[in-house]
Each structure stands twice: as C-alpha cells, then as structure tokens.
Write a protein that binds this ligand. Structure first.
Ligand SMILES: [Zn+2]
Length: 237
C-alpha cells in the first residue's frame, strides 16, 4: 500500500492535478490543514483523510481557538499542529503556540484522534506535552531534532515520517537508522518542501523515491517497508 502521511493539497499549483496523481498511484493521503479556512478546501475523496489544525506558523499572540469543536469532531485526524521555535521568528507568539498546541492535544485525548505534529526547534517541549497527556501513536512529522530524544518518542509508540530530504541529509539518514521499520512513514509535505531542498517542487509521486530509498537503506522487504503505514491506517479506521 502507498501512504503519504503529510501533504498540503492547497499548496499545489493545481490541486486537481495532484489528486489525479494520487488516484493513479492509489495512494492514501493524509491531507493536513493550517487553519479552518484551509481545512474547508480539502476535497471529499475516498483516498484522502482530512486533518484539521492550526499550524504553528499561523499562530499570533491574538490567535483564538474558540468554536473549533465541529472541525475537531469532523476531521479524520488532527494536524498540522505543533510548535516551531526555529523558523517562526516572532518569539512573542511562542507562549500562544504552546497554548494552542496544548488545546489540540487535550482535544485529541478527549476525541481519541491522532495528531500530525510539527516539532521544529521545540522537540523537547513537544515530547514533554505528549508525555503529560500520555498520547500514544502520534505522527512526528519530518523530525530534525536531537537524536537522543527519539527513544522517548518511541516509548510513546510515535510514528516518524521521512520526508523529501531523504538521500540529501546525513541527519535524516541517522534518523532512518534509529526508527524501527514499523514506526516509519513517508511524506511529501506539499510541493514546496522538495523545492526548499533541491530547487524543484514535488508532486505526490515523490513518495515512491523516498520509500525506495528507505527500503534500500534499511534492507527491508516489500511487506516490511509498509508496516508502519498499515499500522497507522488500522488506527485511523
Ligand atoms: Zn507541513
């Protein structure tokens, strides 16, 4: 089975074209959103699971999280949510980022939903909150933090997505080597992520290259390489 565990459908120059490629590949796609307005744009489609979240880059000191219950109940998973103390340069928003993230974690606990989590520069803070709420089986999206925290995330049965910098990053290689094969997922993070890495935007098909790279590196069988995706899908059903 093919699974793209984190994609931004609204970022493609043509969402319809991205969906045609998803259909051609028969690839289940976890479509994250960054706001309520972004969530509304995710199409209803049998291959697309809808994620509702407020991205940490969207959080300002004024951000409100009132009146979001209907979205939380409606969505297949929660995300993209999380913390970013690296790329988000406005430090005045960090306390609000923490407040919004903790709100979503409480809702995830209450509604038994899995979260798709951004951790950039705030890996330890994310881990501490997952431990506080004992949230298991969460998706850690494109991790690039300290290697010594990975074991603690794994104690919580977290999944880790490998993204488009696979085969371009020694850190990502070290992360691939540390994650058990049945906790690995693959993702494209919208068209812009690969453009950031190589200068060329990606399409959903990029999953095939990432999956093949990880498969070779870890010497996995055709069945083993998709074990994480199968386990996640069983939890999302
Ligand atoms: Zn993302």
């Amino acid at each position: 089975m093919l699974l793209n565990a984190h994609d931004h459908l609204s970022h493609y120059p043509s969402t319809d074209e991205a969906i045609r490629e998803i259909e051609r590949l028969e690839m289940t796609t976890l479509a994250v959103s960054e706001s309520a307005a972004d969530y509304e744009t995710i199409p209803d489609h049998p291959l697309i699971l809808k994620g509702f979240g407020i991205h940490p880059w969207q959080v300002t000191p004024e951000t409100s999280y009132q009146g979001l219950e209907s979205y939380i109940k409606d969505c297949d998973f929660i995300g993209e949510i999380g913390l970013d103390f690296h790329w988000a340069e406005d430090a005045s928003a960090y306390p609000k980022q923490l407040e919004v993230f903790e709100y979503f974690l409480q809702e995830a606990k209450a509604h038994h939903k899995i979260c798709n989590i951004h951790t950039k520069g705030a890996e330890r803070e994310v881990l501490t909150l997952l431990q506080k709420y004992q949230l298991k089986n969460q998706i850690i999206h494109w991790y690039s933090g300290p290697l010594d925290l990975i074991e603690d995330f794994l104690i919580l049965d977290c999944f880790f997505t490998i993204s488009v910098d696979a085969e371009h990053s020694e850190l990502t290689d070290a992360i691939i080597d540390r994650i058990p094969y049945d906790r690995l997922l693959f993702e494209t993070d919208g068209p812009g992520a690969l453009e950031w890495v190589t200068g060329t935007p990606s399409w959903p098909e990029e999953i095939l290259r990432i999956r093949q790279y990880v498969r070779k590196r870890k010497k996995l069988s055709e069945s083993e390489i998709d074990a994480g995706s199968r386990q996640l899908m069983a939890l999302l059903k």
